[in-house]
Design a binder for this molecule. Sequence first.
Ligand code: GLN
Length: 484
Amino acid sequence: MFQKSIPELARGLREGEFSSEELTRGFLDRIGRFDEKLNCVITLTDSAALEAARVADARLKNGDATLLTGIPFLHKDIFCTDGVRTSCGSRMLDNFAAPYDATVTVRLQDAGAVMLGKTNMDEFAMGSSNETSFYGPVKNPWDLQCVPGGSSGGSAAAVAARLAPLATGTDTGGSIRQPAALCGVTGIKPTYGRVSRYGMIAFASSLDQAGPFAASAQDAACMLEVMAGFDPRDSTSIDQPVDAYAGMLDADLSGLTIGLPKEYFGAGLDAGVGAAVQAAIEAYKKLGAQVKEISLPNTSLAVPAYYVVAPAECSSNLSRMDGVRFGYRCEEPKDLEDLYVRSRGEGFGDEVKRRILVGTYALSAGYYDAYYLKAQQVRRLIRDDFVQAFREVDIIMGPTTPGPAFRLGERCDDPVTMYLSDIYTIAVNLAGLPGMSIPAGMVDGLPVGLQLIGDYFAEGRLLNAAHRYQQVTDWHTRLPPGFE
Ligand code: GLN
């Protein structure tokens, strides 16, 4: 049952082949069996899940089910869930039960999807390996000595091991696509503004965007359809109808022009990853696509610009964690100053502190023009590169990451090398474009991700291109050994 697609599960539920309660128990069982090894789940909401499953079963009987009614999913612990701990991977919010639901939470609930629990993540979504979590690192199911990627590492690893058929993630600089690549699953980061950020704990507000993880593009399409849409509570949400993604999957690819940015295939790219990506491009040619080399000349500026913009925004966003209003408070503060200093000092981990320091510096009087403003100007150039490219091509493809999953601990003391894990993904966030990663091969037993980047609101086109590839390949169906 755990290997069925979402349309197959929905059909099984509708036709009474199994109930949502049985399906939910099945996945809770897998979490019980495997999560000790992986550490994907911070909070298990098993009794609420069984209750939601029974409600879904009644809805299925009444005939008012959606495609996701009765389907279990795991929720990244960055989304507010009413009455349920919402930790964001931080000691700061370890004791925080959100007093309301995020819009994404409500949409999934309204569709009848069954939340099994909340997934582990890098603290406040800052990281590329899931090692900055207060709850300890997640392990990659393909090799337990390796990282799953981050920051949505818990969600990616959980879907890879089929602890849930679907999971949510967020992507500020690559946090859906990079862990999807390292864990061998499908993940899509939509256009900025496509999915509401209301109730999604903010890291860098001009970059953050939520999206789904699933085994296949087809399953991701089913979930994105539910997650996406205008929300008057998020002023950056865009009032434009959501395409019926799951109905757009089969379109023919002949006439599709794929752009390959030469900057994405240079030094620094692992040879095995490069070869797998080339093989995937060949498969696209067989499907009728044309390939064209393009240039995104400002690619090398993306990581430096991001590490000004993202810390600047996070230093402002995290100022609300003051030890007063909610979250962690130090013991016996001497005075107000001591309360702030120790609560923040004890509540935040090293990476979060590093970002707050950098961001505060970049925004300080006298430096704002030199750093933040300059980074925003570079951001515009990066966006213009993509706008120019999309005059000539329909989709841009390349590797998602420079290499496969790296070993736990390997990059912990080297933030710059860690930051470079997102060298191919970050520009997409700076430009606000949709991007996705799909499994496209293996090197030394570890998955390789192919990245697809689309024009604004071209999620349907990306999912279509990914689906057509998945119909002629089986990388997305493979299970990590030991998780059968
Ligand atoms: N790895 C990047 C960072 O640490 C991106 C994280 C993300 O997308 N949330 O900031």
